[in-house]
Design a protein around this ligand. Structure first.
Ligand code: ACO
Length: 187
């Protein structure tokens, strides 16, 4: 598995992986906005092992009982996407008095590739780039209270601090933990 910077050619595969792995989904133009605005801040994990069934048979149910077949996860001939992290700088005009800070919009790894350290590697690359390239002094993210795997990664492995609970942050009513990590230059 290789970790490299995400490019505009990767965004359909990133969106497919996101649809497969998470209920929080975004329009393609939002991926495009990330990659065009902060081209060095998002990363993908890819494999050349093409005998991976999970990545071949992607289909979704559209809520009305119809099956939607998704594009295969080929980012290039012979290269499939197994994970991504989509990040941005905070560009909220209401927060202009804040120091520059980054935001983790979405992270996921395909199921058969989990527990191999891929998410940690993607996150560390993104945190480094947000700090070195975009001068982020800290990064923030939201995570579901029930998401044990992601909470372990953020709180224990990457040492994010818990800021507060945002009530009914998600569409289904679940609360979110708002988390933050200060990016030290000497780390
Ligand atoms: N239960 C407990 N701990 C776990 C689990 C789990 N299911 N999965 C991973 N961990 C731990 C690992 O043991 C490791 O801990 P360590 O540093 O103590 O050894 C740490 O988390 C990092 O593990 P990785 O192998 O790097 O994580 P992985 O590549 O498996 O990806 C992820 C973790 C991204 C959460 C994956 O489970 C996933 O894609 N889940 C579905 C999508 C999702 O929930 N994304 C995050 C949403 S929040 C957001 O996007 C801002």
């Amino acid at each position: 598995v290789t970790i490299r910077r995400a490019t505009i050619e990767d965004i359909i595969c990133m969106q497919n992986a996101n649809l497969h792995n998470l209920p929080e989904n975004y329009m393609l133009k939002y991926y495009m906005y990330h990659i065009l605005s902060w081209p060095e801040a998002s990363f993908v994990a890819t494999t050349t092992d093409l005998n991976e069934p999970e990545l071949d048979e992607l289909s979704l149910e559209d809520g009305k009982g119809n099956e939607i077949k998704l594009d295969p996860h080929y980012v290039a001939p012979g290269e499939k996407l197994v994970g991504y992290v989509l990040t941005k700088m905070n560009d909220d005009p209401d927060q202009q008095n804040e120091p520059p800070n980054g935001h983790i919009t979405s992270l996921s790894v395909m199921r058969t590739y989990r527990r191999m350290g891929i998410a940690e590697k993607l996150m560390r690359q993104a945190l480094f780039a947000l700090r070195e390239v975009y001068q982020a002094e800290y990064v923030s993210l939201h995570v579901r209270q029930s998401n044990r795997a992601a909470l372990h990664l953020y709180r224990d492995t990457l040492e994010f601090e818990l800021l507060n609970v945002e009530k009914s942050y998600y569409q289904d009513g679940e609360d979110a933990y708002a988390m933050k990590k200060v990016l030290n230059l000497d780390e």
